[in-house]
Write a new protein. Sequence first.
Length: 237
Amino acid sequence: MAQALFPSPDFRSPTAVPGKGDVRDENVYGSIRMQNGGTGNAKMFTVPQGQAILALAGSGSADPPTGAGTAHQKNHTDLTTNLTKAGEIGPTIGDVSIRAISLQIEQAAYTLTTGVPRAYGATQFEVADILARVSCEVKLGGKRQIIGPVWAFPSQGGVVGSISATGNAATASVVTNGVPGTLRRLKFPIPMARIDALEVLIQVAGTSALAFSTTTGDGQPCLLTCNLLASALGDVR
């Protein structure tokens, strides 16, 4: 069964037990930061833990953002990626078979008494703009595996519901990318070896730019995270 699901693990560490594999469910995930005025493209999974998170940001936005509460958007941690080597999943995860793909847009929280959002995270305005302008392409070894608009890869999880705030007669909404838990499930899983070059290209359409609700300073910066839901064949030691 393992041979049918996973690439041949020919490049194992010499310290691994020969001929043995540790099969498990795994998340392979990476993030970038979206800010007002962002154009062009950015690649997920090309920066490992401990290094700066790449951004799609306009010239008027700080990189990294300087607003209160945005420290988690600056450098990669376990929150934003589980890659310890740039562009490869490596022996830490092993060889995998990708079963589903999701894109999660970080959501803003609201002050209940006023309806005012935090200075980071996407409101319904940012979610709608990202879904209207941004595409996603998954590549292995430089070869396209799948491409589509962000809305074609629904969120695996997220906040669902709405918030009514009467402090300033405002009503705040909470939205996400599709119904959480839907994901883009693949009829034909994508096999990925531990040494395959992995790229997820996030691109703003044509010459347009991201137009967020807050256009001053850092805008309304939010993380966009791609999670590859996978079956993994790791090393036994």
